[in-house]
Design a protein around this ligand. Structure first.
Ligand code: SF4
Ligand code: SF4
Length: 169
């Protein structure tokens, strides 16, 4: 659901904010001074309904449940640029990851495209399978016709690593 719909009746919830804080390894994000350095370098900026600095602001104001129920937290591409650029160690990235975990815990709706990507990774070890390309003359080429080497899917090594992480948890 879009954030605009969720926010129309929203009220700040400071208990939810405290619960959120307990899930973060650091409380630095309360020191955000809205400099916008995170937003100015964000890879997903054009796709985000809310900018990274606005997400930090809303969490600080207590609108945690609304964010955890909205689609916007799934648009971040986890590039970590905001972590590198923030002068206050506020890290919008880590905030978004906690919000995603909260969304899964409360069984909020997760965008279908995101679930498809997770399935592809589990099945093949790749986020995106090799695709054919089409030229302006509508000629279609695959890797073989371009004399490119065959892709080996890292499925097995990925699944072994994934199972190891799950067992350690
Ligand atoms: S999260 Fe960091 S970079 Fe972004 S607005 Fe706040 S202080 Fe600036
Ligand atoms: S990690 Fe997410 S929020 Fe941070 S800069 Fe990258 S895309 Fe933007």
């Amino acid at each position: 659901m879009g954030l605009t719909d969720l926010m129309s009746m929203a009220k700040p919830n400071m208990d939810a904010r405290e619960n959120f804080l307990s899930k973060l390894s650091s409380r630095e994000f309360v020191n955000c001074f809205q400099c916008l350095k995170c937003t100015s370098g964000c890879t997903a900026l054009k796709l985000l309904e809310l900018k990274p600095h606005e997400i930090v602001k809303l969490v600080n104001l207590g609108f945690v449940d609304e964010l955890a129920s909205s689609d916007i937290i799934w648009t971040c591409v986890t590039c970590l640029k905001c972590v590198q650029r923030c002068p206050q160690k506020a890290s919008p990235y880590h905030i978004i990851m906690v919000l995603r975990n909260m969304a899964v815990e409360k069984e909020a709706q997760i965008p279908e495209e995101y679930l498809k990507t997770v399935s592809r990774i589990l099945e093949t070890g790749l986020a995106e399978a090799p695709q054919e390309v089409t030229t302006r003359k509508m000629e279609v080429f695959d890797r073989k016709s371009l004399n490119l080497p065959k892709i080996t899917f890292p499925r097995e090594s990925f699944q072994v690593a994934f199972m190891k992480i799950m067992e350690e948890k």
